[in-house]
Design a protein around this ligand. Structure first.
Ligand code: ZN
Length: 349
């Protein structure tokens, strides 16, 4: 294992495997998507947050279909029912646990920071069971208790579509993340319940009012697993300097997303961009808010990444570019995995 194993804030590999008509095995090298176990080993990916996300049926989120005068504004998909979301969550959750049982001890679903550290030290892929968008959770929190016992350790209150707990940001460029109302009373209760259970709350995709509601209620560090700096790329999905200040003051972390339209100044979809576009967002947060508050959050298998990265095998090139930018070894350790470990130690109980 490399000196700088990458522990990553977000992947959609479970959804890719689940929805592909002819999925290649996760345990065999292929060119499908961005992550499989052999490619992860080549790239030095030590693990990450494995998202369980319930998609809308027949919903196209292609910004080029929704162009505006100076950007794009993709309409949000309609809400989905708890029944549908819970069934899909069980299916993707089961897929994660099946991967673990088929992995011959090469992948483990981690529930504690000690388990995470053990995996990184022993070249075992560490997977965090994460849900993106809380539609599957009933307001009595019965599903949350059961899922937590099963291994759920991280929850995004919303994906971009609205739900009974809050409102996410649309895929809109240019736009502030202040696009709608804050958390509902049920959303506020969900924050307290996650604190009580020790489930990390992920603020990625939440709109700005919802973010401030979480900030005022939570007793854990503030986290955005896969978002970038709005000052560099003014898309609604990115975080303002004020939000990043609050994350840093809470001793939290931002995982930098490799989605080209969240990296580029012009919000564009062209993939012919250098790895320095990723480095620029990392460096902006490290230099302005502190190196303890930036990590990586690829969005592998859920987005379009720069051609220069290609897939998870491109990570060593990215680490080299971070080094070339001037980050020292102790800083690279924090960015690639150390900051995630610290935040999870402070959050999980
Ligand atoms: Zn996402």
């Amino acid at each position: 294992m490399t000196q700088f194993p990458v522990f990553d804030g977000h992947n959609d590999t479970l959804l890719r495997l689940h929805t592909s008509d002819t999925p290649a095995s996760f345990f065999e090298e292929s060119s499908d998507g961005h992550i499989d176990l052999p490619r992860a080993k080549k790239g030095g990916l030590g693990g990450g947050f494995f998202a369980v996300f319930t998609p809308n049926e027949n919903y196209e989120v292609e910004p080029e279909n929704y162009l505006t005068e100076n950007g794009y504004d993709v309409p949000l998909p309609p809400p989905i029912s708890q029944e549908k979301a819970l069934a899909f969550t069980n299916a993707l959750g089961a897929r994660l646990f099946k991967l673990e049982s088929e992995a011959n001890d090469q992948l483990k679903v981690v529930r504690t920071a000690d388990e995470l550290k053990h995996c990184l030290e022993n070249d075992i892929m560490a997977a965090i069971f994460h849900i993106e968008g809380a539609e599957a959770i009933d307001t009595d929190f019965n599903a949350l208790h059961v899922l937590h016992r099963a291994g759920l350790r991280s929850l995004g209150i919303t994906w971009s579509r609205p739900n009974k707990y809050g409102e996410g940001v649309p895929f809109r460029y240019p736009s502030s993340p202040d696009t709608g109302g804050g958390l509902t009373d049920a959303g506020k209760a969900l924050v307290r319940k996650c604190n009580q259970l020790g489930i990390m709350i992920d603020n990625t995709h939440l709109n700005e009012k919802g973010f401030w509601d979480v900030a005022s209620l939570t007793d854990a560090p503030l986290v955005a697993t896969h978002s970038n700096a709005h000052a560099l790329s003014p898309i609604a999905r990115n975080l303002t300097d004020k939000q990043i200040t609050a994350i840093a003051e809470s001793n939290g972390v931002v995982g930098i997303n490799y989605a080209v339209n969240m990296l580029r100044e012009d919000g564009g979809l062209g993939t012919d961009i250098s790895l320095d576009k990723i480095v620029r967002h990392v460096a902006y947060i490290a230099e302005k808010f502190g190196v303890d508050h930036v990590a990586l959050g690829s969005d592998f298998d859920g987005t379009t990444v720069p051609d220069s990265l290609k897939d998870v095998t491109g990570l060593p090139k990215l680490v080299d570019r971070l080094k070339a930018h001037g980050f020292h070894d102790d800083e690279l350790k924090k960015i690639t995995h150390g900051n995630w470990i610290r935040v999870l130690e402070d959050t999980w109980k």
